[in-house]
Design a binder for this molecule. Structure first.
Ligand SMILES: [Ca+2]
Ligand SMILES: [Ca+2]
Ligand SMILES: [Ca+2]
Ligand SMILES: [Ca+2]
Length: 422
């Protein structure tokens, strides 16, 4: 929750409070805002080699695909068959972290059905039936490279089978000519590479899948699940589920990353009060969250309100005097330079009927200085009155002025003759 008391010197402009999320309201001079914001959590963000050239297996030889044969690494003669699972311990690499969890070692399990997984995951009872991701049923802790009902044939002569490699901080499992269980003529090469530790550098993908030598066509090629899934089967990132689109040399990559939480913008308008001239206005917003033992936090922003260079006051604003017919009377007004610079003021007199004079100018006056202006009126006939408007105008800024009115009343003197009794 945010609380913002609008400081003295600012006046809220009605109806201008907005928030891109949550509830904002104003009571008196206090604005409050509250919302439930979801904390950002790491997840695997997916991209392909078509969108980022950095999405490629280590030592890639064909687009994003690394052919281990080119490095004299050949299929393992002990790996073949259907509904089989193998484990390989990449002893030289760091412990493998997956979905933010240390898997507790360097052991990777893989099957003929196009997926690898970490303990305590299992292949499940029917590993050949691919499911959408995430799904709590086994297999979990899953690397679904192209999860489908496959079949591994080992053949050294045609370099067919599964090859295993480790490199520095990661490992790679390559399937050469993995067959479709129902059509041994439909084959593809695919591989999964993974770095043990998280690297937040741009383009540093923790999990990389790549594909090559695809000898399989739709609709068979469309079958399969591609994605990553956590140990509980409760979270994952899915590239495809029975709508597989892959091409030779293509990579699909997963970056273990912390997405940015979209910010909420709260706006309102306020006008600067004249009384704030020359002062500094500081607006402070208090922030609380409902997490246990969280503390009040504050943020402030200050605005210096510049003093106006030109300003003038004329006092009193109204003045009245009474005199006798034909008399000369003087109204004395005070002019004050309320600006911050020396200024001279033009004096004008308007709206009068009696003869009225005033000096054409007053000043120059320094900042804050005052002087008097005498307005001299020659009274008219007894019983009449007249009002003149006096205006003083800044010569520095013709839009800055002040005015006052002076009224002159002319008294009636009745002659009372004594009554003489004769
Ligand atoms: Ca190969
Ligand atoms: Ca699952
Ligand atoms: Ca199979
Ligand atoms: Ca990364």
């Amino acid at each position: 929750m945010l609380t913002d008391t609008i400081p003295a010197g600012l006046t809220y402009v009605s109806g201008t409070l907005t928030a891109t999320s949550g509830v904002a309201s104003i009571t008196g001079n206090t604005i409050t805002w509250s919302d439930t914001m979801i904390a950002s959590a790491r997840r695997y963000e997916m991209t392909t080699s078509a969108d980022d050239a950095a999405c490629a297996a280590p030592f890639a030889t064909d687009g994003a695909y690394a052919d281990l044969q080119a490095f004299s690494i050949f299929p393992d003669s002990g790996v073949s068959g259907d509904t089989v699972a193998y484990s390989v311990n990449f002893t030289t690499i760091p412990d493998i972290e997956y979905f933010g969890v240390d898997t507790g070692g360097k052991l990777v399990n893989f099957t003929d059905d196009g997926f690898a997984y970490f303990d305590p995951g299992t292949p499940g009872a029917i590993p050949w039936v691919n499911l959408a991701i995430p799904d709590p049923s086994e297999p979990n802790n899953l690397l679904a490279v192209d999860w489908r009902d496959g079949f591994i044939t080992y053949d050294a002569g045609t370099n067919r089978g599964v090859s295993l490699a480790s490199f520095g901080t990661g490992w790679l499992i390559e399937y050469d000519d993995l067959e479709d269980f129902n059509d041994s003529n439909s084959t593809l090469d695919m591989e999964v590479a993974m770095y043990s530790a998280v690297d937040d550098a741009p383009g540093a993908y923790e999990v990389i899948y790549a594909y090559d030598n695809i000898s399989m066509t739709a609709p068979l090629l469309l079958v399969g699940t591609i994605g990553v899934e956590n140990a509980g089967g409760t979270a994952g990132t899915q590239y495809a589920y029975d709508n597989v689109v892959i091409t030779d040399g293509m990579g699909i990559c997963f970056d273990w990353t912390l997405p940015a939480t979209p910010p909420v913008t709260i706006t309102f308008q306020a006008t600067m009060d004249v009384s704030a001239t020359g002062s500094t206005i500081t607006n402070t917003v208090d922030h609380t969250v409902d997490n246990p033992s969280s503390l009040l936090a504050s943020a402030s922003a200050a605005v210096d309100v510049e003093a106006l260079p030109y300003g003038v006051e004329l006092a009193p604003s109204t003045q009245a005097l009474t005199t006798t017919a034909g008399s000369v009377v003087t109204h004395t007004l005070t002019v004050t330079n309320t600006g911050t610079t020396n200024d001279t003021f033009t004096v004008t007199v308007t709206g009068y009927a009696f003869t009225t004079t005033a000096p054409a100018t007053v000043g120059p006056l320094g900042p804050g200085a005052s002087t008097t202006v005498d307005v001299v009126v020659t009274a008219g006939a007894a019983g009449s009155n007249d009002t003149a408007t006096i205006t003083v105008i800044s010569q520095g800024d013709g839009t800055t002025s002040a005015n006052a009115t002076v009224t002159t009343y002319v008294a009636i003197y009745k002659l009372y003759l004594p009554i003489i009794q004769r």
